[in-house]
Design a protein around this ligand. Sequence first.
Ligand SMILES: C[S@@+](CC[C@H](N)C(=O)[O-])C[C@H]1O[C@@H](n2cnc3c(N)ncnc32)[C@H](O)[C@@H]1O
Length: 353
Amino acid sequence: MTQDETRSDSRRAPGISKTAIWVAAARAVGAREPDPNVRNPDHLAEELLGDPTKLDLEHPVVDALSSSYDEAMRDIEIAGFVRAMTERTRFIDEALERAIGAGATQVLIPGAGFDSHAYRFRELLASARVFEVDRPEMLDFKRSRVDAALGGPPANLTYVPIDVQKEDTSAVLARHGYDVSQRTFVIMEGLTMYVPEEALRALFRFVASHARGTSVVFDFATRAMVEGLKQIDLATLPPAARSGLERFLNLIKNEPWLFGFPVDGEKELLTELGLELRELLRIGSEESARRYLTRADGTTLGAEGHAKAEALRKAAQARIVEQASPEQRQKIEERMREQARHMAYRIAEAAVA
Ligand SMILES: C[S@@+](CC[C@H](N)C(=O)[O-])C[C@H]1O[C@@H](n2cnc3c(N)ncnc32)[C@H](O)[C@@H]1O
């Protein structure tokens, strides 16, 4: 049987989020890093995904699971993605450990996908209850993988099938024994961009209705990124940028990005929803690389690929500036700086106000 035939077999299981496979695959590749200082701590991602040739996603990061780590990381698209997911996982893991240390007794994971916190942190979470929320088809598949790879879920974990866009999350959770009066840690990883604004606001308001001390981590795109994705004309892009972006647009064809935060307006939006911004970190920033991607010898994970990607981006910008008239140049450069500010992908922690 060819790889394509095997893959089309798995397509009989519709509803499994391709973006969930995509991010878990990047964690799985990052978990193969030999240096623990810069390794993705999600050592269960690979087992939870299972045989990569059976996954319903054709993407270099999935193919990377069938090649060596060093070879995979020579690809700048893969290396960049692995770096970003390592930053994200490390930020969330640290926040989880802090929250449980401070007395959280419940963990809620909307849009859980292949999230592995309940299984990786069994000991830390031994006296907490964990609720994984996702669409029914995704959770069914996840459960079958958990059974096959880990021999079943821990006793403190409850799977709650909910479409947060269509159902009242709080009512369904309550039917599963969820208790908003508990101090809770909420993980909304890779979720905010896939949920329409009203439903996302409702989800944040629900978080804000929990006991004091409750906190939430979430990563997010900006409004400009989401709008920009709708307007991209691939034909106008340089070939080096085109293929990766085309793959990304294809990936999110059935899971479109719907919501982006207003740039520099995160704090106000959260305040309006009853939450207080505690920490904000730009994924891919120097600060994030310093914290999560720095080896013991001071070098940075994937630095070469990152430098190459930056050089390509700058060369493309320089070409645009060169083609402009001298009077237009300053304006174009300003617009590019503004665009860069608007293209930031960030992760944050907020707490019940
Ligand atoms: C990019 S994946 C992230 C998965 C996981 N949190 C992670 O980071 O590995 C997005 C996840 O959100 C889930 N999701 C998206 N929209 C949803 C909705 N309306 N209701 C429930 N789950 C949703 C998808 O099924 C998918 O598992």
